[in-house]
Design a protein around this ligand. Sequence first.
Ligand SMILES: Nc1nc2c(ncn2[C@@H]2O[C@H](COP(=O)(O)OP(=O)(O)OP(=O)(O)O)[C@@H](O)[C@H]2O)c(=O)[nH]1
Ligand SMILES: [Mg+2]
Length: 565
Amino acid sequence: MDHGKTSLIKALTSIDTDRLPEEKQRGMSIDVGFAFVDLQKINTRVEIIDVPGHERFLKNAIAGLSSAQGLILVVDANEGLMPQTVEHLKLAKSFGIEHCIVAITKIDRADPELIKLVKEDVEEFLRKENVKCFGFYLVSSKEGIGLEELKEGIAHYVESLPEPPKDAFFRMSVDSAFHIRGYGTVLRGSCMSGIVKEGDTLILEPLGIQAKVRNIQNHGNFVKEGKAWQRLAINLPEIDHKLVERGFWLVKRGELLKTKITLISAYGIKPGKEYTFFFGMRGVSGIPRHIHEDVYMIRLSQPVVCVRSDRGAILDSSGRFVCGYKLLDPNPKRLSKAFVKKHLHLLKEDPITYYLLESGVKGMSIKELSAYFGRAINPQHTQSVRIGDILYHPDILKQVKERLLDLIQNSKGVIKLAEVVSKLKITQGILGYILKDLRGYAVVEGYLLDEKSAKIEELESFKKLMEFMQDGIREENDLFNFKDVLTVAVKKGYIHSLGEFLYIRDDLFKNFVEKLKELGDTFSLQQAKEKLKLTRKYLIPLLEYMDLKGLTQREGNVRKFTKDV
Ligand SMILES: Nc1nc2c(ncn2[C@@H]2O[C@H](COP(=O)(O)OP(=O)(O)OP(=O)(O)O)[C@@H](O)[C@H]2O)c(=O)[nH]1
Ligand SMILES: [Mg+2]
């Protein structure tokens, strides 16, 4: 507090971020302020956020820090590190910033020895906090000392930071809304990820209000599109500005999810106590339930928009900073401690696999999985089985298959498919996938049969097939309607497949054999033809089938019976 943040931003950008009359009156920042500097050298506009130093306005400081990508730690050369400096750094860290540059201010009235000591102090503090420092700059906003060097330092710092991810969905953290005559409602905020264009349809969450983007500004200039890490003012005439609260989100329809239960990793919170969890600029109260080690399940009092790997600050009920959190699961589907504990390693190291396991037989659509991460997930980069647009964990499908086999065995080898679907709570898609390479089973009349053990005699189609075949040998073409039951009937010995696409009932076959036996031990083709009154088309395959079965043996022009049937 009072270390010269607002003065420094003004000296760097010519923008006074203390705009409120009360801020002027009291000579201190109360709310977060926004400025920018265009750094020609790196051809980049750098957004600069001023945060209030007074601890009473911690939530406003959080609003600023939550959307920052880097940090200029401002330390008064005469005062050195103060509790608020420490707290701001920890807050920034809780939002995932683990680097900074340091500006030591008011050097116009500090003695060089003191400056040296302060610098050493800060260095040690940053080392202890594991925060990488990109440089120290000694400045005086009053005298205009060191400002160019600081700008150079900022340019170098900004260039060292990663670019915003290109495939991330649009998400803006809204900090204020107002009405402008002739334009209507404008929502102002920080674009956290993605791109927004004129004409886009956006949703204001958590209210779920839809509105069309009329135009977009960045610091007073109209822009065709707004992108990650920019300050944006978006003209959305359809929204009533009075409904908007700080921390609301602007998103695109169907891309991100809204949730009230999350899994987080945090060190320093107590289960059962109430805390305020910051999701971007929005603080929502919630109660943690301890799961295992650093993992907690949080039930929030209001829905939030969040994605895997989001970070944020946690305050206690009296508004003091406690620690940061890292979001592990934006929408846990399995709330049992045992499940989370068992798969903790996956939850932390291989979240896609975890989410797929968690989704069980319901699986996850590609869209849903993408929402968990806030970016488009390519299903080919996941170890999953894709059925239609739904992804499943391979183990889940294996389990379903095992349970399916159990079901069939427990119901004497025959089970209705509809029953399988409802008992296992699976889709037709999964059933189809499993049946596709299930050997030794057949689907007949909507029943799934174990070809070995199933009793098929009661099936209507079996009865019809046997009736249809009572008069003699049949061709496969005529049996098309009985395809499924035919396979099982053949396997179970009710029907013989003679080859050449011909089929015969077992009793008729035996009958033919008996008749041929009446001809003696040997018989010729002609004798067989006359005895059985069959055309050559049917007779030859029948006799060859008998050879194949070992009933007869061909010797020149005659056949000999080898053994009794
Ligand atoms: N001598 C001197 N005074 C300065 C300098 N920078 C800021 N000040 C004075 O220090 C006081 C606090 O400056 P601010 O810029 O308001 O400090 P701040 O860090 O924004 O304070 P909070 O917003 O309350 O946290 C003001 O009276 C400034 O005039 C400087 O470089 N030299
Ligand atoms: Mg200030």
